[in-house]
Design a protein. Structure first.
Length: 216
């Protein structure tokens, strides 16, 4: 099948990949656009994984303020060069991550940051719950580990479902950006502030409010 310039252009617009990469993916998939997108994503994520060990000491600290100052977030996102740090693509990524923190209120960047004593206590609670539910001993350990994975997805930024596309994780979204720009990217730290946080008062679901505004 002939690969036309229009097909390459469409694939490039949909993925952000380079022209030659798009053409190669279309040739490999015999002109099937959807399969070519999968091909590029697979190769892109593999390239992103290879870049993960490279030093990322440049970047930005970006803020996101929600609800007229009810919630404020600061996030430091790092890349390898000052040039990339100044690009719109990288700045948008950092802004989206800050918005994610505002909406989903994670406690840690990654599962590696969760203290061992917290995980051990969580496992003990989950095991006690499973025993209380009458689950057989042989399946309890597997159940506990499954629930620990759920804990990571709720509390660790990189493992949370991305608010703009819940079918992918925040980490996958970052890896896709790495594949586009060709540099390692890492989230170093974040801080989230909410008016009245820690003061006893009537509960208000600001996270749900953030989500509703994003979708509107």
């Amino acid at each position: 099948m002939d690969i036309t310039a229009g097909m390459v252009k469409e694939l490039r617009e949909r993925t952000g990949a380079g022209m030659m990469d798009c053409k190669k993916a279309l040739v490999a998939t015999e002109g099937d656009i959807e399969k070519a997108i999968d091909e590029l994503r697979t190769k892109g994520l593999a390239k992103a994984a290879k870049k993960a060990g490279r030093t990322a000491s440049e970047g930005v600290v970006i803020s996101y303020i929600h609800g007229g100052g009810r919630i404020g977030v600061l996030v430091e996102v790092n890349c390898e060069t000052d040039f990339v740090a100044k690009t719109d693509d990288f700045k948008q990524l950092a802004y989206d991550i800050a918005m994610q923190v505002a909406a989903s209120n994670p406690d840690y960047v990654s599962r590696q940051q969760v203290p061992a004593e917290i995980l051990e206590r969580e496992r003990e609670v989950l095991k006690a719950q499973a025993l209380e539910e009458g689950k057989p001993e042989k399946v309890i350990e597997k159940m506990v580990e499954g629930r620990i994975d759920k804990y990571f997805k709720e509390h660790c930024l990189l493992e949370q479902p991305y608010i703009k596309d819940p079918d992918k994780s925040v980490e996958t979204m970052i890896h896709e950006t790495v594949a586009r720009i060709g540099e390692n990217i890492s989230v170093r730290r974040f801080a989230r502030f909410e008016v009245g946080e820690g003061i006893e008062k009537e509960a208000t679901d600001f996270a749900a409010e953030v989500m509703s505004q994003i979708k509107s």
